[in-house]
Write a protein that binds this ligand. Structure first.
Ligand code: ATP
Ligand code: MG
Length: 183
């Protein structure tokens, strides 16, 4: 089995940055990818899913924690199945919502409170732990558990790198222009 592969201590310094990180992830997702979202109440799991749905080209207006419905589905470049296991108490309850049918190559699945029933989830999943830092700051740690999620993590890495390069470009151009006008 492939070793876990991780991205540690990635700081999300505002809700906007979490949204933008989700957007980056949404753009590189492929059918069959499974995102296991971990973190306490209010850690930002749903906020991240909102960004992911936007990155998939879906409408974010209806993205909320599926705490009562347990399952939501959003349409975009790929369907995203959004689950929340917080309220489930027993394995048979989790099975009764048709959990296993939520993992398909035709869709992406994101599960809030995935640590409630780890044994019911595909082994190959990208674990995304959100950690509360300050009122507006979160930290995210990503850990791939198999070949598919490792490939996803590499795509996320690449996309984040490309984004940070393109974010830096306009600033350095502005600086160059300013220097030229000061001469
Ligand atoms: N950097 C940040 N990233 C994400 N959310 C943030 C950040 N800073 C502050 N917040 C706030 O934290 C809250 C996160 O709520 P969210 O519903 O996404 O949490 P959750 O992890 O899904 O909680 P629950 O387990 O109750 O479903 C929002 O009110 C959001 O505005
Ligand atoms: Mg939530």
């Amino acid at each position: 089995m492939a070793k876990p592969f991780d991205l540690r201590d990635f700081v999300l310094s505002s809700p906007r940055e979490t949204d933008s990180f989700g957007h980056t992830i949404g753009r590189v997702l492929q059918g069959g990818d499974v995102l296991a979202l971990l973190g306490e109440l209010g850690a930002g799991k749903t906020a991240l899913v909102r960004g992911i749905v936007a990155g998939l080209g879906g409408s974010v207006a209806s993205v909320t924690s599926p705490t009562f419905a347990l399952v939501h589905e959003y349409q975009g470049r790929l369907p995203l199945i959004h689950l929340d296991l917080y309220r489930l108490k027993r394995v048979d309850e989790a099975e009764s919502i048709g959990l296993s049918a939520c993992f398909t190559d035709e869709a992406v699945t994101a599960i809030e409170w995935a640590d409630r029933f780890p044994d019911l989830l595909p082994v190959d999943r990208l674990e995304m732990r959100l950690i509360h830092r300050t009122r507006t700051t979160r930290m995210v740690q990503l850990e791939a558990q198999g070949a598919r999620s490792r490939s996803l993590l590499m795509r996320i890495h690449k996309a984040c790198h490309a984004r940070s390069l393109s974010a830096r470009l306009p600033r350095s151009r502005t600086r160059l222009r300013r220097k030229a006008s000061q001469r």
